[in-house]
Write a protein that binds this ligand. Structure first.
Ligand code: KG4
Ligand code: ZN
Length: 413
């Protein structure tokens, strides 16, 4: 990423003093606020939104590719790229129209540039580069996980520092958020992400063929079917039980579940691709094991934070976000831990947990307020498919070797 310090200063001054007048449709009177357009294309959602400085959503639009990827049996990067290409202009236009905002009224454009799928990130970045040059607007490159972590602050005041668990189709991460761009990473995924594991289990179970699940993402389908399942009828081992750190692993769990599915197919005398009669039980056991793994790692992160005074003593808070965080069972499992440890648990509503343009625009607002990472329109920015979020503390966490007290995670369906 290249920056020109003098130009950056000039833009920052512009941002500091310029306010945009617009007419609030609900109030019918002129309101003064800086407006940010947010654009998201890091994976399989094309999202855009216009927010004012207070976090008020003026207009948004989202095109989800889930249905296409369900039909092709997973995300094929060039397919995702083509769909972003086909929809980005309309999605951005729609967000601006719904907000009743002309591009000239924007104070900045914020776009996800890392981490994510290269081909998908490229479409959002290319579109944004042209847009900011055409309209002569400052550009704010956004880290997708930073945006997930900060979304909660758009909905309610949550002071730094707080602990954040981010769980999605591409990531699992535990970090202390100390500021808008200041994170201490306590744990991260070592292989597949929890959402990816759930998506793959759902595909192996052919849940697309299930009448209640044909349009649902893998995680949503597993959550729905688990409600009528008996998790205790399938034995699964929680990953990394003997490793006292806060990192995550879901590939072993996926293998365990695949073996069980094969065994059940033999027992029921059906071919791969047919719906098993015990599909609800497998969903329930898988969901419970994912929830337990997440809860245990989070429990250790809370204890590490307490031992090292990393959170506020008055109201220590855990924020959970990312697509998998919309799962109610997982939220309840985390609540067992937070209640035990006297920590407040905050989860944005499901529509703000999954990818969208709003969270990117909000991250832009947060950065604009603090004048952090605001670039002039003609600056060269590259996308980064892999990008760490902050300072890596995983070695310190491992060295602390914190043993967990035994906690029973029992959640009624
Ligand atoms: O954050 P997100 O929209 O996109 C990424 O950045 O990955 O997360 C999508 C992931 C998918 O893997 C999906 O199966 C999972 O979130 N997901 C869920 C639920 N809803 C979406 N997983 C478990 N339970 C849910 N209710
Ligand atoms: Zn995401």
């Amino acid at each position: 990423m290249t920056m020109f310090p003098t130009k950056v200063k000039h833009i920052q001054r512009l941002l500091q003093f310029r306010t945009t007048a617009w007419c609030s449709p609900s109030l019918g009177k002129a309101t003064y606020s800086r407006l940010v357009l947010g654009i998201e294309t890091s994976c399989d959602d094309t999202g855009a939104a216009v927010l004012d400085e207070t976090g008020h959503i003026l207009g948004e639009s989202l095109h989800s590719q889930t249905e296409v990827h369900l039909r092709t049996g997973g995300i094929i990067p060039p397919v995702a790229q083509q769909l972003h290409r086909e929809h980005i202009e309309r999605v951005v236009q729609e967000a601006l129209e719904r907000a009743d905002v002309d591009p000239c009224q924007l104070s900045a454009v914020a776009t996800t540039v890392k981490p994510g799928m290269a081909l998908s990130l490229g479409i959002g970045l290319e579109f944004s580069r042209k847009f900011v040059r055409q309209h002569n607007k400052p550009f704010i490159p956004i880290h997708h996980m930073e945006a997930h972590a900060l979304t909660v602050r758009m909905l309610q005041p949550v002071p730094f520092p707080f602990l954040v668990l981010l769980v999605s189709g591409g990531h699992s991460l535990l970090a202390v958020a100390r500021g808008v761009d200041d994170f201490l990473v306590l744990g991260h995924g070592l292989d597949v992400a929890p959402g990816d594991a759930l998506d793959k289990v759902a595909r192996r179970l052919s849940l697309m063929k299930h009448p209640q699940c044909s349009t649902l993402s893998g995680g949503q389908a597993i959550e729905l079917l688990a409600k009528d399942g008996d998790r205790t009828s399938i034995a699964l081992t929680t990953p990394m039980g003997k490793i006292n750190d806060c990192c995550f692993s879901f590939s072993g769990l996926r293998n365990q579940v695949t073996m069980i599915i094969k065994k059940k197919e033999e027992e029921e005398g059906v071919e791969e691709g047919a719906l098993l009669s015990c599909v609800n039980d497998i969903a329930a056991a898988t969901q419970h094991t994912v929830a337990t793994h997440l809860a245990k790692r989070t429990h250790r992160a809370i204890l590490f934070c307490k031992a090292n005074n990393l959170l506020t003593c008055s109201n220590p808070t855990l924020v959970v976000s990312g697509g998998v965080a919309s799962n109610q069972y997982i939220r309840k499992a985390l609540m067992v831990i937070t209640e035990r440890e006297g920590v407040s648990l905050l989860c944005p509503p499901a529509k703000f947990c999954t990818d969208n343009g709003v969270m990117i625009a909000w991250n832009g607002v947060e950065r604009m307020r603090e004048e952090k990472g605001i670039l002039p329109p003609n600056v060269d920015v590259c996308y980064e498919p892999k990008a760490p979020l902050g300072v890596d503390m995983t070695a310190e966490v491992r060295a602390a070797g914190i043993r967990l007290p035994s906690v029973k995670i029992t959640i009624p369906n």
